[in-house]
Design a protein around this ligand. Structure first.
Ligand code: FES
Length: 133
């Protein structure tokens, strides 16, 4: 059924909270099951200083979200963008074929949060350039 690691992250999820001072967030839902996930990141010098999530969904989604934050914590944004669904599944010692799609939400929400961070930074830089003309 579920590996010991999946059960550990389901029963004692890491970084499961709404980050009030996040620099960016990314949300994703799976219309096939109705589950959803929001990832929050706090960034310093392009490294993920803090990461957290709020998830509404199955046991595998909670474990995937928790493990995704563990893998991404402290990483450079570009390295965090390279984390794959397979990395998360491997770190959890596997997921049954029926539950593998749950890993898409973890990685997808993380990538969205990072992309939203880059987009906000780009917009700020454009504004600063316009103001200083
Ligand atoms: Fe929906 Fe797991 S069944 S994310």
């Amino acid at each position: 059924m579920y590996s010991e690691k999946v059960m550990k992250h389901f029963l004692s999820p890491q970084n499961a909270y709404r980050m009030l001072d996040a620099d960016a967030e990314g949300s994703l839902g799976d219309p096939s099951c109705g589950d959803s996930l929001t990832m929050f990141i706090k960034v310093r010098d392009n490294y993920i200083e803090k990461i957290s999530y709020l998830a509404f969904g199955c046991c595998a989604l909670i474990a995937v979200s928790s493990m995704t934050t563990v893998l991404a914590m402290g990483e450079h944004l570009n390295d965090a963008l390279r984390i794959t669904e397979e990395d998360v599944i491997r770190a959890l010692d596997g997921l049954s074929p029926m539950k593998q799609h749950c890993s898409n939400l973890g990685v997808g929400a993380l990538r969205k949060a990072i992309n939203n961070y880059y987009e906000a930074k780009r917009q700020t830089e454009i504004l600063i350039k316009e103001v200083s003309r």
